[in-house]
Design a protein around this ligand. Sequence first.
Ligand code: GLN
Length: 499
Amino acid sequence: MTRDLTRLTLAAARDGLLAKRFSARELAAAHIAAVEQARALNAYLVETPDLALKAAEDSDARLARGDARPLEGLPLGVKDLYCTNGVRTTAASRILEGFVPNYESTVTAQLWRDGALMLGKLNLDEFAMGSSNETSAFGPVVSPWRRRKNGAFDDARIVPGGSSGGSAAAVAAHLCLGATATDTGGSIRQPAAFTGTVGIKPTYGRCSRWGVVAFASSLDQAGPITRDVRDAAIMLRSMAGHDPKDTTSVDLPVPDYEKSVGASVRGKKIGIPKEYRVDGMAAEIDALWTQGIEWLRAAGAEIVDISLPNTRHALPAYYIVAPAEASSNLARYDGVRYGLRKPGKDIVGMYENTRAAGFGAEVRRRVMIGAYVLSAGYYDAYYVRAQRIRTLIKRDFDIAFHAGVDAILTPATPSPAFAIGEKGAADPVEMYLNDVFTVTVNMAGLPGLVVPGGMSSDGLPLGLQLIGRPFEEETLFALGAAVEQAAPKIELPDAWWAS
Ligand code: GLN
């Protein structure tokens, strides 16, 4: 009997290991082989097979002793924005050339504490700035999905979304059982939607940001991308928790999220915000949304219309706040403290040469926008106004939740995935528009879960988003599992990428 251990969910792999149906070593080896055969997707920037096999042996010893930890022996991928002790960390940027952290991010340390093992570091948009993984200094990630025209696949290479494109592609293509990701303005949820995977951005403060390369610190959150809702619940439980090293992480107990999967959603009040029906939204996205409403209604939820009137200001405000914080966070890459250094005639020349050579076009654009909106004379007009809008967006959600809404259902993205090179080349705003449904959640600090809902007419996955009250991820897991139950199963094309 041939069994492909890469086809398992995280939960099934966990149960299989405990039942001794296969070993952690076999599970790791199957994934290492899959990763090697999938280099055409460019999902992994760094592969760490030796570390994985060594950890698998330790896991097998523990399993044999009956001393298994919650994630014992489960192979994961790590977005290359998380610092990993002794393993090259790039943030997909040339400026970190040669950077090998001598510390481990809190979130990954917690995953290893619980017995998971690392297969390698996953590609992303440079410094997590992007929505298609095309801004990576190491080339775009190719989605394992293919577009269909008149029943036949076309040749276009499809983006996996971004910035966590490597995480989403690796999970979708069975190159790991689950992956860490980060979300500043949609970077977990939009790639999950584009690849038919599940992603949750937890409430701001739920996971520690310590050791995760900073983009926009007031918006950044860690979270998992997995193949189903249960797996996301399992991973988040290990990733979440208070960390004295991140003062914005919250000291609240971490629930056993897996218990919420399959819980009844009867009587839950689901808000449908009319402002999310935006201009230019594909008709099939609208139809999917209607479908999602019906699924939740059939599961016993109560559907109510709500209004989030400041929604249309969220995207422009996000693209002021995020670059402002980025310009400040990225000031540390000066050729002195980390990675790349390009000599110059004096120290300022060295800074200039290093930053010009080390940052890609999108990162430079963000740094310039950020410096501009923070500069004297423009600060009040742009940055302060954007922060005020942020307060209004948060208030819109507060009003809805105060009126008894338990969660809000929206589409995840205004369109399905597109081809590499198809969007944003002439006008960066075209790319930013991808984030119209996701940035509101970061601006308000709320949890957001994306689950697959169906397929586009050209054969690509479409996702639905559930937005929850602060620290009520459990409600999202229950509702997400109900949508997952009702939605048609979507089938990835055969491993056409395998070498
Ligand atoms: N696409 C958004 C941006 O480019 C979000 C990125 C993210 O969430 N890291 O800023």
